[in-house]
Design a protein around this ligand. Structure first.
Ligand SMILES: Nc1nc2c(ncn2[C@@H]2O[C@H](COP(=O)(O)OP(=O)(O)OP(=O)(O)O)[C@@H](O)[C@H]2O)c(=O)[nH]1
Ligand SMILES: [Mg+2]
Length: 445
């Protein structure tokens, strides 16, 4: 257990109605009680001045949570001040003069993990809940935080542990097993049950992981196809420069777009063509980088010119595989806006007349998992999915080990599946993993 006291402002930067300062450490009451005019009492909100010598810093509500019944498992004090950063910073300085040090990002939650108040995947869910960018992500993070993910993974782990025990008996005392067929049948059934459970967790985690990721859509195409015009329609402002000169956009420019309360990144890019212009060449290189970073491409074509050989070369050379074709300028051909669900999907619109732009919004919206489904999801991270996949690979091999009577190899695969799943819950984590997880937190959490 770490005992040196730490403190941090837990509320957002800037002025607000209230501000919260959090302190965690051992014996906080004896360390800090002289800074409060009223006596603190466990788990009670006390109105008191925070003062030192003759200086009153603020009149605050102060709550003491005595160890171990606190967020970190240590003594915790929360000081609710008036939300002026000057007041909050001077109280932090006062605390630092009295043996408390500034907390590192995520240090409160790290202490909660070290003191067994929270498992590792729940600690991750705390950070994900804070940064969730839409209501589905919030629900999925709450599922993880409420222990649904832990319980489901733990159910598989318990199954594996009992199977391993069963296997040890077969391996160590083969002569004791006068009904091996029955035991083999039991093991086979259990392996099947574990595989099914793992499949469900994996599906929910994979979908949940996509919630944890802000999607990026890049608009790519030849110069003058109307990429910037479409972006401006989506943003409902003249964000990107539009002219009739081919090669207007010389850079990749990212914008945030909110569609039905979900935030995505859209990228305007330089039109791709062969050119000697150094600035344009650099811009085109950035377009290529945008292709690599994007989850999906809207490939924009001037419908009056059609999709030609050059477009196919661009699609092939830049390895653009996940894309919709946006046929812009339908006004020039007297066409109606529409979507043709083909492979790839075609979207017909006119940026100049602002017609059919919602078809792009709808396509982005389709990529989000529907709210009803989020009930079962966990806001998983790549590391969870990787460990689940490792466990699944081991379990998938088990039926053939059973039919080949290779029980020692079966036991080894079970052991590896056990290790993979334990890693999700943070049993025996490496220092590097903990650093990676906790440094991504905000200060004060
Ligand atoms: N008729 C018609 N013209 C359009 C439409 N959309 C864009 N344009 C015109 O096409 C020209 C090029 O538009 P931009 O939006 O700058 O095209 P871009 O793809 O961003 O071009 P670069 O930045 O050079 O790659 C401008 O003159 C626009 O007014 C449309 O729907 N219909
Ligand atoms: Mg442009």
């Amino acid at each position: 257990m770490k005992s040196n006291a730490i403190c941090a402002i837990a509320t957002a930067k800037g002025s607000s109605a209230l501000g919260v300062i959090r302190i965690s450490g051992d014996n906080l009451n004896s360390l800090l009680s002289h800074l409060f005019t009223n006596k603190l009492s466990d788990r009670r909100a006390i109105l008191t001045n925070v003062k030192f010598k003759n200086v009153v810093f603020d009149n605050c509500i102060v709550i003491l949570y005595c160890a171990p019944k606190s967020y970190t498992g240590e003594d915790v004090i929360e000081i609710i001040t008036h939300g002026n950063p000057v007041i909050m910073n001077s109280i932090i300085e006062l605390l630092c003069q009295h043996g408390v040090s500034n907390a590192a990002p995520g240090e409160f939650t790290e202490r909660a993990f070290i003191n067994n108040k929270i498992s590792l995947e729940k600690a991750e869910a705390v950070a994900d809940l804070i940064s969730a960018s839409d209501i589905q992500a919030v629900r999925a993070a709450q599922n993880s935080l409420s222990g649904k993910f832990y319980d489901d993974v733990n159910e598989v782990l318990t199954g594996i542990v009992s199977l391993r025990a069963e296997l040890e008996t077969i391996i160590n005392f083969p002569e004791d097993n006068d009904t091996p067929d029955l035991i083999i049948k039991k093991i086979t059934d259990q392996v099947e049950r574990i595989a099914l459970l793992l499949d469900t967790i994996l599906i929910n985690s994979r979908e949940g992981r996509s919630l944890n990721h802000k999607r990026t859509y890049a608009f790519i195409g030849k110069p003058n196809s109307g990429k910037s015009s479409i972006i401006n329609c989506l943003l409902r402002e003249e964000a990107s420069i539009v002219t009739s000169i081919a090669g207007t956009t010389r850079d990749s420019i990212e914008y945030e777009l909110s569609i039905n309360n979900k935030i995505v990144t859209i990228v305007d890019t330089a039109g791709i063509r062969t050119t000697q212009d150094k600035v344009e060449i650099e811009g085109i290189e950035r377009s290529i980088k945008a292709v690599l970073k994007a989850d999906k491409i809207f490939y924009v074509v001037d419908v009056s010119r059609g999709l030609d050989k050059e477009d196919y070369t661009i699609l092939k050379n830049y390895n653009i595989t996940n894309y919709d074709i946006v046929f812009n300028k339908i006004d020039l051909k007297g066409l109606e806006p529409r979507v043709i669900r083909n492979s790839p999907t075609e979207i017909y619109l006119s940026a100049i007349n602002n017609i059919g732009i919602d078809l792009i919004r709808d396509r982005v919206d389709e990529d989000f998992i529907k709210v009803e489904k989020a009930e079962d999801l966990y806001l998983a991270r790549s590391r969870h999915v990787d460990h689940l996949m490792d466990a699944k690979e081991c379990i998938n091999r088990c039926p053939s080990h059973i039919s080949d009577c290779k029980y020692d190899i079966l036991a080894e695969d079970m052991r590896n599946a056990h290790v993979a799943l334990s890693s999700i819950l943070g049993q025996n984590p490496t220092e590097e993993l903990l650093n990676k997880i906790f440094t991504s937190f905000c200060i004060g959490k």
